[in-house]
Design a protein around this ligand. Structure first.
Ligand code: AMP
Ligand code: ZN
Length: 115
């Protein structure tokens, strides 16, 4: 938990947000500023800042987040029928706003090219 992190504050209930899913490692909310009709955020409870290849725990966490993403996709017929995109922004050049690891699920319309 980091006091100035928006996602940590959502997790602690400090900032209100509807939890679409939650388990012991992660939670899912709608993006407050959606760039597609369906725009969900898969967020680890732990304040992980960077993807690292040095820890098995992180591999396990990332695969868990992917599994949760797929579960969320399976709840939306539009996504399973028509497709979707998974995005992780990492660092300054990606435009990352919140330095707490998260996956974006985007869909609900034909998406533009990446970048
Ligand atoms: P990123 O640019 O990958 O760091 O994405 C951060 C995302 O968090 C952006 O798409 C924001 O719109 C979204 N966001 C910021 N504040 C909130 C909030 N309070 N609730 C939901 N999503 C948020
Ligand atoms: Zn955080």
């Amino acid at each position: 938990m980091t006091q100035d992190c928006i996602f940590c504050r959502i997790k602690s209930g400090d900032i209100p947000s509807e939890m679409l899913f939650m388990d012991d490692l992660s939670f899912v909310i709608r993006d407050i500023n959606p760039v597609a009709p369906i725009h969900l955020l898969i967020i680890p409870i732990e304040h992980v800042t960077d993807i690292s290849t040095s820890s098995q725990d992180q591999f396990d966490l990332l695969s868990h987040l992917m599994m949760v993403a797929k579960r969320m996709v399976d709840r939306h017929k539009d996504l399973t029928d028509n497709g979707w995109r998974l995005v992780i922004n990492q660092g300054r050049f990606s435009g990352q706003e919140i330095p707490h690891l998260h996956l974006h699920i985007l869909g609900g319309q034909k998406l533009g090219p990446i970048a």
